[in-house]
Design a protein around this ligand. Structure first.
Ligand code: NAG
Ligand code: NAG
Length: 110
């Protein structure tokens, strides 16, 4: 019986650690210029041993994905990104280990 309880506790701890930490990611308002540095923010539920997050920018038309950083400190809830993609419409994705959370679309101009 105690073995079963032990297993259940481990199982619940596993589910908890894999649960969503990031609940929203905010995109820049309107359009941003290529080369500009913008601040990306998100809301975050604190976790005991957080893994680094992966932030990507995705072309809304081609779905081509470029990783901005795979060592995002999720608890800092913000990241400065120097825009380095061609003009177009994009959205951001932040993966906290439980899947991607997406921003709304924004426009990059040259
Ligand atoms: C982004 O892509 C979706 C699906 O292709 C499209 O419906 C939407 O209008 C696009 N958004 C912008 C702002 O271009
Ligand atoms: C992540 O950011 C939080 C809040 O700004 C900070 O307290 C913490 O030390 C940072 N962790 C790392 C590994 O840099």
């Amino acid at each position: 019986m105690s073995r079963l309880i032990h297993f259940l506790i481990l199982f619940l701890a596993f589910i908890w650690s894999a649960s969503a930490q990031v609940s929203a990611i905010n995109n820049p308002a309107g359009s941003v210029a290529n080369g500009a540095t913008i601040t990306i923010t998100w809301s975050y539920t604190p976790q005991p041993n957080p893994l680094p997050g992966t932030l990507s920018v995705i072309d809304n038309t081609t779905k081509n994905t470029v990783i901005i950083s795979s060592t995002i400190n999720l608890s800092s809830q913000s990241y400065s990104w120097t825009v380095n993609v061609p003009a177009g419409t994009y959205y951001l994705a932040l993966n906290d280990g439980s899947g991607d959370k997406y921003s709304r679309t924004f426009t990059v101009i040259q």
